[in-house]
Design a protein around this ligand. Structure first.
Ligand code: F6R
Length: 249
């Protein structure tokens, strides 16, 4: 008997092929629905994906005019002009280069003053847009998805969270020093992410092999937040050979 909730696992040769494959899945979703609602991630992993999407849009193969996007997370305290804010990243990597309406792009506001009301409003906006059709995720070395660190509840919603030392250390590569990495962030919750109709988690490189193995083959356990995705009916992992190297397949 096949397990109807078993994720689809795509293993590509290297990071460029994985980016191309992930871009293909996003392209497919946008062609199925001109008004697709995409959930987007930042970090090193999706950079090649955005490059592909920009190229496809420039060559007329992809149209963002009806698309709406919601990003997973943002550092508390960083505004859109800060070069390490996720809003800045998204403008540089994707939004400034495709025909998306600025008003259709949503990245949590790191400068929100009333964060409690703000996060409720972010969730309302996702619902109002009709929910997320395809959510793109990366994975942290400790299994975090968005900024849902180990211990996050399966039904958690968009909220402010404290970052772990592990994540601060991993993300310090983008800042001049670890002291400059914000200590908290706004993140979609795991419950929020699980409501997406389709989830695509992309991971590349040997450093992600152990956490990918635990996410796919380990128990469903908040210790590895990515393992909480296992019950999602439309879950795809796009890996390169290095990230897939620990799997029993
Ligand atoms: C970013 C995000 C994070 C990253 C994760 C992996 O929006 O949600 O969970 O996906 O930290 O980051 P990279 O891709 O830099 O290894």
């Amino acid at each position: 008997m096949t397990d109807s909730t078993a994720p689809t696992i795509v293993v590509s040769a290297g990071p460029d092929e994985a980016a191309c494959c992930t871009a293909d899945l996003i392209t497919e979703s946008m062609r199925e629905n001109h008004a697709a609602v995409l959930g987007l991630a930042t970090g090193g992993t999706p950079v090649g994906v955005y490059r592909q999407l920009v190229e496809r849009c420039r060559s007329g193969k992809l149209d963002f005019s009806g698309v709406t996007t919601f990003n997973l997370d943002e550092y508390v305290g960083l505004g859109p002009e800060h070069s390490q804010s996720y809003r800045y990243f998204m403008q540089q990597q994707l939004f400034d280069h495709v025909n998306i309406l600025a008003s259709n792009t949503h990245v949590p506001d790191g400068r929100a003053t009333d964060i409690e009301s703000y996060v409720v409003e972010y969730e309302r906006q996702i619902r109002q847009a009709g929910g997320i059709d395809l959510q793109l995720l990366g994975i942290g070395n400790n299994g975090h998805i968005a900024f849902n660190e180990p211990g996050s509840a399966i039904d958690s919603r968009t909220r402010m969270v404290a970052l772990t030392e592990n994540t601060i250390d991993a993300n310090s590569r983008f800042f001049e020093s670890a002291d400059l990495v914000p200590r908290s962030a706004i993140t979609m919750g795991i419950g929020t992410i699980l409501e997406s109709r389709r989830i695509v988690l992309m991971a590349t490189g040997k450093a992600k092999a152990a956490v990918i193995k635990a996410a796919i083959e380990g128990p469903i356990d908040p210790v590895n937040p990515a393992s909480l995705l296992q019950q999602h009916p439309q879950l795809t992992f796009v890996l390169d050979q290095a990230a897939a190297s620990g799997l029993n397949v």
